[in-house]
Ligand binder design. Sequence first.
Ligand SMILES: NC(=O)c1ccc[n+]([C@@H]2O[C@H](COP(=O)([O-])OP(=O)(O)OC[C@H]3O[C@@H](n4cnc5c(N)ncnc54)[C@H](O)[C@@H]3O)[C@@H](O)[C@H]2O)c1
Length: 294
Amino acid sequence: METAAYSDLKGKSALITGAGAGIGRAIAQALVEAGANVILNDLDKDLASLTAIEVEATGAGRCLAVPGDAGDIAVIDAMVDLAMSEFGRVDFAIPNAGITVFGAFDEVTPEAFDRINHVNLRGSYFLTQRATLAMRKGGNPGRVVLMSSNVGVQSYPMLSAYSMTKSALQMMAKNLVAELGPHGITINALAPGATLTERTMKEQDDYAGVWSELVPRGQIAMPEDIANTCLFLLSDASRHINGQTIVVDGGWSATSPLPKEVASDNVNKTSDITGKTKEVSANLDELGVVAQAA
Ligand SMILES: NC(=O)c1ccc[n+]([C@@H]2O[C@H](COP(=O)([O-])OP(=O)(O)OC[C@H]3O[C@@H](n4cnc5c(N)ncnc54)[C@H](O)[C@@H]3O)[C@@H](O)[C@H]2O)c1
């Protein structure tokens, strides 16, 4: 699927976290194709470097990697500093990195809860703060796109901590219009539904098939579907949209049907789901991640 082209993105400078794979990578790719320059972050150092090289090779703009934890202030500052030294400006901030623990309320540990907040909220909040400070100093009427989720709009079993962070991002967008609006900066949240990425494919057998049946449009989202909306929100075409949450889920949240194993949920059956989640978490421990995003 092709991503939309907006000529006003050319020469702009963007910061994107968690962009070594999945949705973030698709946004980075689309921006570089449009002639924007990107600072790409990922927790996985090798993946960040490799992705930046691959993305830059196929587009008109540049793409440079700043590896590290998206919730780490030093990493956030390094992204802003590199954008300023290499591109001379910051126009866009897309705090995209997000993680979760999929499991029953009773099973969520304080450590997992803190880690989710660290990446999803602290990372998003302070990237927005530092990036918009650079925008304000440079007199750039920039844009922030926060990466929420449709489960921040509609409740979904076994995702309590994750959903709370994704709802909080929607309020963050609303709240900050008053402080950022006078500088010409807009801030919105993008709330994807089930999207086919390397990770989601691994998480559930036939993820695409299961979710294509549940989504009213009859198809699961591809990362480019989310990237297309993000580019629109970064472009001048959306300049009057501010403080909003744009749900991109093919209509799922309007009816919210659940996969069979989740819909028939009870305490015994959830052990299958949490068992699978723990398996995912164990793999990600190598990266220092609690679990991947939903
Ligand atoms: N994929 C979906 O179905 C879906 C649905 C709704 C919302 N989202 C949200 O979209 C965003 C991207 O999701 P995705 O599925 O493309 O991501 P993903 O889980 O595939 O991860 C993308 C990248 O983020 C990196 N990452 C993980 N923790 C990080 C950290 N602390 N710092 C920096 N990088 C880190 C990973 O190494 C990975 O390469 C997330 O915020 C997620 O919550 C995704």
